[in-house]
Design a protein around this ligand. Sequence first.
Ligand code: AMP
Length: 613
Amino acid sequence: MSTDPAIELPYYHGSITRRDAERELVLADSVDGLFLLRQCMRSLGGYVLSLTYEEKFHHYPIEKHLNGTYSIVGSKPHCGPAELCEFLSREPDGLPCTLKKPCQRAADTPVKKGLFDSLRENMLREYVKQTWNLEEAEDIEQAVISHAPQLEKLMATTAHEKMAWYHGKISRQEGERRLYAGAKTDGKFLVRDSEAGTFALSMVYGKMVYHYRINHEKSGKYSIPEGTKFDTVWQLVQYLKMKPAGLMTNLGEECSNGMMAASSKTTISHLHFACFLWEYHGFVLLASATLKPSMSQSADSQLLPMDCSGFVNTYHDPKDLKKFFINRDQLVMDEVELGSGNFGCVKKGVLKTTEDDEKGQIDVAIKVLKNENESLVKDEMMREAEIMHQLSNAFIVRMLGLCQAESLMLVMEMASAGPLNKFLQSNKSTVSMEGIVRLMHQVSMGMKYLEEKNFVHRDLAARNVLLVNQNFAKISDFGLSKALGADDKYYKARTTGKWPLKWYAPECISFHKFSSKSDVWSFGVTMWEAFSYGGKPYRKMNGIQVCEYLKGGNRMECPSQCPEQMYMLMMKCWTYKHEDRPDFKQVEGSMRAYYYSICNKPQPGEEAAEPIK
Ligand code: AMP
């Protein structure tokens, strides 16, 4: 996983040393203006621009600011490293010459990963785990992937507050008392508040406690005096765990504040504190985290998926997987109808998981079978239940159980903001392109999971992507889905049915062959629907006409506001031959790369704010 916006640049070499950069420049013929970009080993998210001029090498650190902009120290900020280099190819802006020739990485040389690449990932994982109290590795992974850009920003300002080693406002003596309690191993440490917004690090060494001031500079950076500077206290601590950097020894055992259980859930005040800090510094707040999910709120103020009950793996306890049937007295059914189909209707309800406990009440959607005498429909619903029962992913609607009472009922978690196409049709003004990219990235994550588990959905469409809120999508409707055998590449339908032809790949229609690759085609159509704010695909054509249209090499046009990169991905999904089409692993990778790249940049209409002074 990488949120590095330089990763795709051919002249970006990753974490190489100054000496290696100079060697690359020599090998590539040292003409004036020859340049490459490399990762800065001292600051998270920063780069170094290495340039040849008059047979000498010049190295310029590029800082990443908390508002997502980049600049060479003291120069103009730009919204990304590519934009910065592009600008410097036109204007020297303090360099001895403009950038003239990129020194490209050899085709077979990958971008060199740096120390902080894995460190950042571990930090994100730890932050998610502690903030949202997620336990399952899979839940943590999904949360990190889908929200890495927002999380990095939240983390930058609030991370230390969630750490066991952070003891808040305690005195030096109290710090010593806490460190002396229990084993006094070298490196045992804690961090506490010091005067006015600064911190102190207290550490055991040779049975003594040493105290170090953590400087908080005007630039916003933190450091142990004379040491490397970091954007956050947390990064500093992580670094000192690896290198003593002037301390008596590396930081070792964390002296726990003992309050992690109580403080492990994100509190509103934490999030507001983060927002406050961003606003206080005059930055544009891209991270969105506030009080309650509300459709009337602006695009920048929704809950993250992890704040919703439907995020967490509902099957923590393996016993839960066996509980396929639900007792009728556990269910309260509302009169409110959420939707309907051939089978009957979907109603709102509540599932009581424990007695007399408000927490044990889950909002649910209940699919109620209309006419059970039609055994065909009943079989279909049972098959859907069986498929859903095997799936557990944050971006797939979870089945909570089946209930056989006055009718057969399929109980699912609730996605109260409804189908994606309808939501986008009625919320055009509040959902940004970035928001749509985020939702479609989540859909690609859910589909990648299905592909890995060898399931084909066969009915992926915007109407079957349900929203928990504006920020959180889930794939639903597994009525046509099939589990493939371990050695099967596709499912062959023996008969046709009421098929959604406009969403189907050519091989589905011509040969009745369904695979994850044909789901990829449907994903392309779903993307088109999303980026056209719930538009109807192939308007004015019927299914047969669409087949002819596609055979003739035609494809739908790019929706008016759709980013070019997203249209290119759609077109790839609509590769005629399934062998040449990308799979969901690739599609998700492309969605992620694009999503991260736009999150790292100020959004259109936003001023690129000045770097921290
Ligand atoms: P389906 O036949 O599964 O597509 O469901 C028909 C309609 O019922 C959908 O278009 C939604 O409006 C609604 N619906 C289905 N499942 C849910 C759910 N889990 N949460 C909220 N609404 C749902």
